[in-house]
Each structure stands twice: as C-alpha cells, then as structure tokens.
Design a protein around this ligand. Structure first.
Ligand SMILES: [Zn+2]
Length: 316
C-alpha cells in the first residue's frame, strides 16, 4: 500500500482512479485575495464544484491542481471544491512563471526549504499539505531566475521524495534544458514529468526526453493557441508514442483553468465556448479517438489510471 497526499489528507494510491495530472481549479494572482478581500471566492468555489461534479459523474476521481503561489493558489478554495465534489485533489508547491522578485537573487536552498515546508507542515498555516512540486520555464528557455527555481525544486524533491511536474514550451525544446539542470542536481529523473510536451509533434524531442528516464505530459488539451498542434494531431502523436513502446511513461491532462478571478466574463465565456467539454475533453474526445486509432481499452486504462498511480507511487 502506498499513500498520496491530497488536500483532504493522505489516501491510498489505489483509490486515485482516473487521474488528470495538470489542472487548475482557480487561477489568479498572488496576494489578490488578501489585499482585496471583497474579491468573491464563492463564485470560484461554485464553478469549481460544478466542473468537478460533472467530471466525477463521468468517472474522473482525482485531479492534480498545479496552481502555485505566484498563480494565486488558494488552498481553501481547492479544499472546499474537493470536499463538495468528492474529487480527490493533490495540490502543489513550487513556482510558475511569475517568479517572486525576492526569489530572483535567492539561494536555491532557501527556496527549497519553503517548498519542503509546504509539503511537510502545510500551506499558509492551514495544515493542507502539497503532494507535488511544480516548476515552469517558457518561451526563450531557462532564464537565470528560472534556473534558481529549477534547482530549488530539485533540492525539495531530493529532501521529500515528492515528484516534480514541469511547465515547458515544447516548440523550443525547453524540456531538454530542464533535464540538464535536474541531471546536474543529481535527482532521480524517474520522479520528473516534463509537462506540456504535446505543444509539439516533434517525435524525436519526446523520445529523447523519455530515453533520459523522465515521464512526459500530454497535459494540454484541446489546444490553447492556433500556432500549436490541434487536439487530433496531439492524439495521433500520443498513439505513435504508445506504439513505440512508451505507453507506461505518458500522463494526460487539460491545463484549462476552471475559474479565473477578475478575468473578464466575456473572455472567460469565450474559453468555455472554445471547449465546452472542459475537464471532460479527454474522456469524451481524446480516449474515443485513441480507440478509433486502434488503442485497446486496457491501454486507455493504463494511460489515465495506472500511469498516474505509478507516477505518484515512485515511478518504475
Ligand atoms: Zn498549468
């Protein structure tokens, strides 16, 4: 028996079931909820519950919420949504792209200590503990501050044994740069998932990463901008990797925030219109398409149930 930490406490990994490894219940900015307390949280909670109840009814039982402090993480919102929807939520420590100014000249060890504390003791005095480490580098590759947080994430991984899921910009092969830094830090690459790897169809890039021993995330669905592969091209690449023997190292998710505080209602409605299936898109569209392409039911089960369970149990 192996446990994974959720916002409502540890659960047996056997109970994870259908798991999406990179989602966001609420995205906003650090400090907004404390500085401007009239900003309503209840609407965000209600929308999150609505979305996750819908997911639960279709068999999705666990999500990993990779919202970090600089994305305005609100663990009380996550907790309330998990409790009311019945979906397990694993929340994250780490840093996304809005690296706090104070981190930019910090020693990675000092930042790692902050991450470790969120995994061992809890987040912002709530006792809610993070179960995964998130780190992000994007267009232009790993910057100097980006390198500091990668090293901090690696050191927190070594201290706790918790996995890392990254955000990358695959068209520029940013995953390769992340791996070089993780290798330098001497972490077990089996504990790393290079996320957003499906923003490209570059098979050589993906297999190069996989040969290093990492997992890769097909964790952007359907497609967030016009200059990247559409969902069908993503799924065809996924099937190609499965057929090439990499099926046990692939993780699926959407990365499409369920709510965004202060974002214009019109803009948000546009997002929903673009993807009305939302957090059920993979279940309703991607898995059936994989079947059309020849995948067996047991293989689909492997992708969405067994792979995330093994990833959180320690890989292999
Ligand atoms: Zn994300």
């Amino acid at each position: 028996m192996s446990n994974v930490m959720t916002v409502l406490g540890p659960i047996d990994t056997a109970r994870m079931g259908f798991t999406l490894v990179h989602e966001h219940i609420l995205v906003t900015s650090a400090g907004l909820k404390d500085t401007y307390p009239p900003i309503p949280r209840q609407a965000a909670i209600d929308e999150g519950i609505h979305r996750l109840k819908e997911a639960k009814a279709e068999g999705i039982s666990t999500i990993v919420d990779l919202t970090t402090m600089d994305l305005g993480r609100d663990v009380r919102v996550i907790e309330a949504v998990s409790r009311a929807s019945g979906v397990n939520v694993i929340c994250a420590t780490g840093t996304w792209l809005e690296i706090p100014r104070a981190f930019r000249m910090a020693d990675p060890d000092d930042i790692a200590r902050l991450y470790v504390r969120e995994m061992r003791e809890g987040i912002e005095g709530t006792g809610i503990r993070a179960g995964v480490i998130k780190v992000a580098n994007d267009v232009g590759g790993v910057t100097e501050p980006g390198e500091i947080i990668l090293r901090a994430a690696a050191r927190a991984q070594k201290a706790t044994g918790k996995p890392i899921i990254t955000h990358t910009w695959a068209p520029e092969r940013v995953g390769d740069q992340q791996i070089r830094i993780f290798e330098g830090e001497g972490i077990d690459l089996n504990r790393v998932c290079v996320g957003h790897s499906n923003d490209t169809t570059d098979f050589g890039y993906m297999t190069g990463l996989l040969k290093k021993g990492v997992w890769i995330g097909f964790d952007r669905y359907p497609s967030h901008r016009p200059d990247v592969p559409d969902w069908k091209a993503r799924t065809e690449t996924l099937k190609k990797l499965m057929d090439a023997g990499w099926m046990r190292r692939l993780l699926l998710s959407h990365d499409d925030p369920m709510t965004m505080l202060i974002t214009s209602k019109a803009l948000f409605a546009e997002r929903i219109k673009r993807n009305p299936d939302h957090v059920c898109f993979i279940k309703r569209r991607v898995l059936p398409y994989l079947k059309d392409l020849g995948a067996a039911d047991a293989e689909l089960q492997q992708l969405v149930v067994e792979n995330p369970r093994r990833f959180f149990e320690g890989g292999k």
